[in-house]
Design a protein around this ligand. Sequence first.
Ligand SMILES: NC(=O)c1ccc[n+]([C@@H]2O[C@H](COP(=O)([O-])OP(=O)(O)OC[C@H]3O[C@@H](n4cnc5c(N)ncnc54)[C@H](O)[C@@H]3O)[C@@H](O)[C@H]2O)c1
Length: 243
Amino acid sequence: MGKMDGRVAIVTGAAQGIGRAIADKLAAEGARVVVADLNGAGAEAAAPEGGLGMKVDVSSEDDVKRMVADTVAHYGRLDALVNDAAIVPFVAWDDLDFAEWKRIMAVNLDGLFLCCHHGSRPMRDAGYGRIVNLCSNVVLAGTPNLAHYVASKGGVLGFTRALAREIGKHGITVNAVAPGLTETEGTMASPHAESFEFVQMLQCIPRRGVAADIAPSVAFLASEEAGWVTGQLLVADAGMSHN
Ligand SMILES: NC(=O)c1ccc[n+]([C@@H]2O[C@H](COP(=O)([O-])OP(=O)(O)OC[C@H]3O[C@@H](n4cnc5c(N)ncnc54)[C@H](O)[C@@H]3O)[C@@H](O)[C@H]2O)c1
């Protein structure tokens, strides 16, 4: 028996990386999983058995409405929403301009708002729901070349805490998971790939983090048994930082 048996989950940004590992983990725990990603072909390919792939831009309200409506039309319910889709940039402060700031906020924060806004409706109607938002351990110390990203993830944390207080009365929990530097398609294609050795020295467990290291924390918070935990930040970074 899996802890997600009979449950339906949406995981955004799940065509690759941490989101894909989360989709696989939730499916292994028994959930039917909708993989929603800007990369439509990647979403189709990543959808676990019994799941669905959907091309969705989380910063588009029309797309997000369709994502939720199609999920409920197909499965009749939505139990868990994992907000993983984000842009992880690398821009030094001197090169950061307003257009780049807004590009990050549109996905990392507007997208989060839209998915929670529309995704929480069927949960409220059912009197049950689990929302898990991907934050980052960069909010705990600040990290160079990421000011706009750190600001967006700080927003994820504050929003998580506030939303938890708003919708707990409907049986919906809202939590955040903060990974540390993790090997994904995204990080390996960016200058962050150079940081693994340094980061490992700061971890309690001195090895490179992979996407499968993050998924179990998300799966716990997405499960029914985590019902007494809400508004929390679970840091999954091999003990590098303290919350
Ligand atoms: N990898 C890390 O080191 C790390 C560390 C801390 C936090 N995180 C967080 O974990 C999450 C996943 O990171 P990752 O490294 O797996 O990312 P990634 O870049 O490998 O994958 C991100 C996925 O999101 C999708 N996406 C981007 N914009 C989208 C949009 N507008 N609508 C829908 N989908 C969109 C991409 O197509 C991609 O499939 C992010 O929220 C990130 O901030 C990652």
